[in-house]
Write a protein that binds this ligand. Structure first.
Ligand code: GLU
Length: 493
């Protein structure tokens, strides 16, 4: 174990498409750990599996980390350059390094060339499966004669390089999250280190880089736990000290199955696109597998740096509960300054083709403020405020308040129209409210049968902000127009 060394951790994604929310959490935990220990947070792109590469995935990844506030000390940057003195940080630019280290292992007798054909390996697997044996390489090429190897290499025969895994004993390690972990060596395959295309496998590249980049702590998803004994054997084969390991729990669907695309979104970018705020998403994923042991649930990034504790991360899978994310996002929205919220909502309102110039900045702020309390995500806004931009379409029946009847409602609508037509006072929420409540009192109209149809006439909805706030924003002319439409719809007049 590395002691008294400056903490260096890395986030090492493969650019195979989108950034999984689980990977966002891995990045976050690494970031928090580095920041609280005064260490370095390194970003390394693991792109040696050439068949799974997706164009633009790395750029997208950098963008999300930046948006989320997870700035890294070393690694590729969005301008195409790199920072840090342990580069290159993109594995496909390091292939020569891996080759050199694979050869070192061969020289040391810790790895060997394997010339077995795909057909032979397939047959081997079938036989093992038929005999209910673990499917793994049988070690045929371990003991090839030096001259045979030299000849085959000279003839450019396709081959891989495999690690010579001891057949006896156990590989043990102490995981920060999972405690003591042991794997039987006889169940560990002679791992391929260099593929036939000359590219290293994840295992070789990962271990070589973690060593060369002086990584002290590997914090990664539990799905990599079974790879760790292979990595430890590699460290031993090289004669290197392994880092500390912390495997963080899987993310689960509410039904406890592994979080999958089938049951909802798993891409961090989809959540951002859907109008979740980056700080809320970060807060939410921080609590997937860790909690502070107090009631506090809302944490800023600096607070997370202060309170996060890798040793308190749970072993059990963490349920990804979208309801909780919605609640949390709502809490962040409520706390935002309204002008900032407007700014964030603008793209969504523009997408909905609302005439924002016509409504103007002041009214737009009022509209957003009206929804701020109940909004769960930014994408909720366009639909919620549609009636400010378009005449609402609704079923006339909903104009009738539940404790009233059609005739009374028609009467109240008529009174309101007449009253507003001649109203000369201040057409603001407060002005309208005061005047209307006085009218209701004076004429004994009762609030329910008067204000319910007014609100529905203006919004077209059974649930909406209050009628005076809406009327204030719509303006006098539009308010009267909508009341008349309602009257016509319900009473045919
Ligand atoms: N490239 C691996 C991934 O995509 C990294 C795993 C690790 O952190 O070792 O998650």
């Amino acid at each position: 174990m590395p002691k008294n060394k400056k903490v260096r951790v890395r986030f090492a994604p493969s650019p195979t498409g989108f950034l999984h929310v689980g990977s966002l959490r891995t990045a976050l935990y690494n970031f928090l750990f580095a920041r609280q220990k005064g260490g370095d947070f390194i970003l390394r792109i693991e792109d040696t599996d050439r068949t799974r590469l997706v164009d633009g995935a790395t750029e997208c990844l950098l963008k999300i980390l930046t948006t989320a506030g997870l700035d890294w000390d070393e690694g590729p940057m969005s301008n195409g350059k790199e920072k840090g003195k342990f580069g290159p940080y993109i594995q496909s630019e390091r292939t020569k390094i891996y080759k050199k280290y694979a050869e070192k292992l061969i020289e040391k007798g810790q790895a060997y060339h394997c010339f077995c054909s795909a057909e032979r390996l397939e047959k081997l697997r079938e036989t093992q499966q038929a005999n209910k044996l673990p499917t793994m390489y049988d070690g045929l090429c371990r003991s090839l004669d030096k001259s045979v190897i030299a000849k085959s290499l000279k003839e450019n025969q396709p081959h891989v390089i495999r690690l010579t895994v001891p057949k006896e004993g156990n590989t043990n390690f102490n995981d920060v999250v999972r405690g003591a972990v042991a794997f039987e060596n006889k169940l560990i395959d002679d791992q391929v280190l260099v593929k036939s295309d000359g590219f290293p496998t994840y295992h070789l590249a990962n271990v070589v880089d973690d060593h060369l980049m002086e990584i002290t702590d590997v914090i990664r998803g539990e799905e990599w736990l079974s790879s760790t004994p292979k990595h430890i054997l590699l460290y031993q084969a090289f004669g290197w000290t392994p880092p500390r390991f912390a495997h963080i729990p899987l993310l689960l669907n509410p039904d406890k199955s592994k979080l999958s695309k089938r049951q909802g979104d798993v891409a961090a970018e989809d959540y951002l696109k859907k109008g979740y705020l980056p700080e809320a998403l970060i807060n939410f994923v921080a609590l997937l597998g860790w909690n502070p042991g107090t009631e506090q649930e809302i944490f800023s990034l600096p607070e997370l740096i202060k309170y996060f504790d890798i040793t308190k991360v749970q072993k059990a899978g963490a349920v990804f509960n979208v309801e909780k994310l919605n609640w949390m996002n709502g809490e962040y929205i409520k706390k935002m300054a309204v002008d900032e919220l407007v700014k964030k909502c603008l793209p969504y309102l523009k997408d909905a083709n609302y005439d924002l110039d016509k409504i103007g900045k002041e009214k737009l702020e009022k509209i957003v403020r009206l929804e701020q309390e109940r909004m769960k995500k930014l994408t909720d806004l366009p639909l919620a405020v549609e009636f400010f931009f378009k005449e609402p379409q609704y079923d006339a029946k909903i104009l009738v308040w539940k404790k009233s009847d059609q005739e009374t409602i028609c009467n109240r609508l008529k009174i309101l129209i007449k009253f507003y037509d001649t109203f000369m006072g201040d057409w603001s929420e407060q002005g309208i409210e005061q005047a209307t409540l006085e009218l209701i009192e004076k004429e004994n109209l009762a609030n329910g049968p008067t204000l319910w149809p007014m609100r529905v006439a203006l919004s077209g909805r059974e649930a909406s902000p209050g009628p005076f706030a809406i009327a204030g924003i719509l303006g006098k002319g539009e308010t009267i127009k909508r009341l008349k439409i309602a009257l016509n719809l319900l009473c045919g007049k």
